[in-house]
Design a binder for this molecule. Sequence first.
Ligand code: ZN
Length: 143
Amino acid sequence: MGRVSNVVGEIRRPGSVRVGRSRVHGRGVFAMIALPGRRKLGELAGRVVPRLGLRRAIRTEPVIYYVALNPRDALDCRDGNAFSHLNHSCEANCYLRVSGLRVEVYSLRPIGVGDELTVDYGVTPHAGGMVCHCGASSCRGRL
Ligand SMILES: [Zn+2]
């Protein structure tokens, strides 16, 4: 009874971000151009999959590989776009908004060229028990 998977997602302005080595965790997403605040930057690319059996992975993955969309579905971003490398920061400059079966990426404030784009996993289903290395003065220590 498998459901047909949808592939969704886009970066609104190709070339506006790149994936590079992060001081926070592994790889991260960096602005290639100055990005204005409160603007939609694009969407997390991925495949809509059933959440059944993913609960643990959704909560413990250190990067955005799965995002819960609703009680039944998750977005599997393992073959996603650059935004699947968004790291957590307790002083994030971006946030994710679930809209139907899509996960939109918005900037919270202006982001300078070369700055790392981050989201606060504390407001996503990723909240777990991992130590945070974001380095923000307001760091909560765990996520
Ligand atoms: Zn932190």
